[in-house]
Write a protein that binds this ligand. Structure first.
Ligand code: AMP
Length: 218
């Protein structure tokens, strides 16, 4: 299965990508995670990307597409993959189409998680991320067993710099201005399936499984 998860920040793309990749043995590729890793390691790309990420702006297309192409080159993507947070602009989508056409591995489906602004704000202001393994918790919806500590690797949990309310509002604006048009882009290609990003994790996951069955992806 080759999937793209599309939707605003806080739509649950990362969480569903985690669940789906485990269930179906797919490679989970998150450009946000790749960029945060580069920031943590203070690489030249990370230092450049940080300037945009801290403000909730998009990192330039050249940086992000290069990252994805490298990832494709150095991973076995033949069993399938989930792209989480990529593409985010039309240019990125075109470059992705071209790269996948060259590999003869076209996309099967683009899952669009339609999500209300209330849900986005509640999810992101309460989100806490493990600084070691990257697992996402939520102070109300998915609290860790011990406050501030990851259930899986005992790493410390942190509140992402870009999950502060003002930055979230900018990320929503950026999504509406630069990413939302991808719904039409993929609609024309007949790839879009819509599901509600307002649903809780398990409810959304069962809907996705239903979609996969109906379209014979599983
Ligand atoms: P995410 O973890 O997907 O919410 O991404 C966090 C931040 O990383 C975004 O707000 C952007 O600054 C940057 N980012 C992640 N993916 C992309 C992308 N495909 N294009 C441009 N910037 C991105």
């Amino acid at each position: 299965m080759r999937l793209v998860l599309l939707g605003p920040p806080g739509a649950g793309k990362g969480t569903q990508a985690n669940v789906l990749s485990q269930k179906y043995g797919l490679l989970h590729i998150s450009t946000g995670d790749l960029l945060r890793e580069a920031v943590k390691n203070k690489t030249p790309v990370g230092q450049e990307a940080k300037k945009f990420m801290d403000k909730g702006e998009l990192v330039p297309d050249e940086i992000v597409t290069q990252m994805i192409i490298e990832k494709f080159k150095h991973s076995d993507i033949s069993p399938g993959f989930i792209l989480d947070g990529f593409p985010r602009t039309k240019r990125q989508a075109q470059i992705l189409d071209q790269a996948l056409a060259e590999l003869n591995l076209p996309l099967d489906m683009v899952l669009y998680f339609e999500t209300g602004e209330d849900t986005i704000l509640k999810r992101l202001t309460g989100r806490r991320v493990c600084q070691n393994c990257g697992y996402n918790f939520h102070i109300v919806n998915i609290p860790p067993k011990n406050e501030g500590i990851c259930d899986y690797c005992s790493g410390k949990l942190y509140h992402r710099q870009d999950d502060k309310e003002e930055t979230i509002r900018n990320r929503i604006k950026v999504y509406n201005e630069q990413t939302r048009e991808l719904i039409d882009y993929y609609q024309i290609k007949g790839l879009i399936k819509k599901a509600s990003g307002d649903l809780e994790v398990e409810a959304l996951f069962s809907i996705l499984q239903k979609i996969f069955k109906e379209t014979r992806l599983i």
